[in-house]
Design a protein around this ligand. Structure first.
Ligand code: UDP
Ligand code: MG
Length: 326
């Protein structure tokens, strides 16, 4: 599609996961509203998903909802994690396009008009890629870079460098994502996996408007392992290769020892060799068991068929339609 025939845009949904962000919500809502005021003929809905916050974020959302009918909010029964919050938001959104963004204002709302423009030019997913990561500590930057290089090398899906969860989706893409049945959600992988016409734009990531990041090193590591094991079989398969190589090497070593015995006669030292090879092989076995455990664990969570999240409260959504008076 070209500029001359822009797609029709009646309703835009903005989906925001919220976890202990009471200090940011007011400013976020104000800036989002100001940006969308530039599109006066487009209706809007803001879908905030409170992921079990403990700092009064939900009361804040209720208050915003009282002032602005475009505000809708879901409250989870507990903290289910950002991936679940995003999934809930995407399911609740009914817009022709859906913008997904963080609630801490690290994703500046002012980028949204540019994303809409790209969509009108034909893109079905617009990925906002951060120009630099200077707001993150050095250790975390190195870890993230390392992870994405590793991920791209191992997995069938490709994640653009610097791509976060700040994205715009066409309705078709949202429907496709909502139709995926898996419980272990790794949104960055899922969004690449679905394909569609994706385009990237750059933005400068801002400092948090308040509060603190809720991703500790341990939580990031968990996230990395989840992502890898949802989208790659390589960690499972690599062990058969390692086994073949090890078996081959020990076969060669056996031949060598046989030769040695034939030529030099029996010599008994060799305790170190035995110890080293035994320890090495047991280490390899333990690692491979761990990897298999990781995948079995995933199968376990999938077969349990538990819901991704539980909603405790909601505001701003239309009440269930009453039966017409008879
Ligand atoms: N978030 C969430 N549930 C969680 C952790 C985070 O919904 O369990 C939300 C959080 O409110 C924010 C976004 O995910 O909107 C990104 O979180 P954060 O800023 O802590 O991560 P960082 O920017 O440091 O990666
Ligand atoms: Mg953040």
């Amino acid at each position: 599609m070209t500029n001359s025939s822009p797609r029709s845009l009646h309703l835009i949904s903005v989906v925001v996961p919220v976890y202990n962000e009471a200090s940011c919500l007011e400013a976020l809502h104000a800036r989002l509203s100001a940006v969308l005021d530039h599109h006066p003929d487009v209706q809007r809905e803001f879908i905030f998903v409170d992921d079990g916050s403990r700092d009064g974020s939900f009361d804040m959302l209720v208050e915003l909802g009282r002032r602005d009918p475009a505000v809708k909010a879901l409250r989870f029964a507990r903290n289910f994690g950002k991936e679940s919050a995003m999934a809930a938001g995407l399911r609740a959104a009914v817009g022709d396009i859906v913008v997904l963004m963080d609630s801490d204002l690290q994703h500046p709302p002012e980028v949204i008009p540019q994303m809409i423009e790209r969509w009108q030019d034909g893109a079905q997913m617009v990925i906002a890629v951060r120009r630099s990561r200077t707001t993150d500590p050095l250790g975390r930057r190195l870890f993230t870079r390392g992870f994405y290089h590793f991920f791209r090398a191992l997995c069938e899906v490709d994640i653009p460098e610097g791509a976060g969860d700040f994205r715009l989706f066409d309705r078709r893409v949202v429907d496709a994502i909502n139709a995926l049945p898996e419980r272990n959600r790794f949104m960055k992988g899922i969004t690449s996996w679905v394909g569609f016409r994706q385009e990237e734009i750059e933005f400068e990531v801002a400092e948090r408007a308040g509060g603190v990041s809720s991703f500790s090193t341990l939580r990031l590591l968990r996230y990395a392992i989840d992502g890898l094991s949802s989208f790659s079989m390589v960690p499972l398969r690599v062990w058969s290769l390692a086994g073949v190589i090890l078996a081959g090497l020990s076969g060669l070593y056996g031949i060598y020892i046989l030769g040695e015995v034939l030529v030099l006669g029996v010599r008994t030292p060799g305790f170190p060799t035995i110890m080293v090879s035994m320890l090495f092989v047991s280490g390899v076995q333990l690692i491979s068991l761990g990897v298999i455990g990781e995948y079995v664990g995933r199968i376990f969570t999938e077969v349990k068929h538990r819901p991704l999240y539980l909603v405790a409260d909601e505001v701003g959504f239309a009440p269930p339609t009453a039966l017409p008076p008879s």
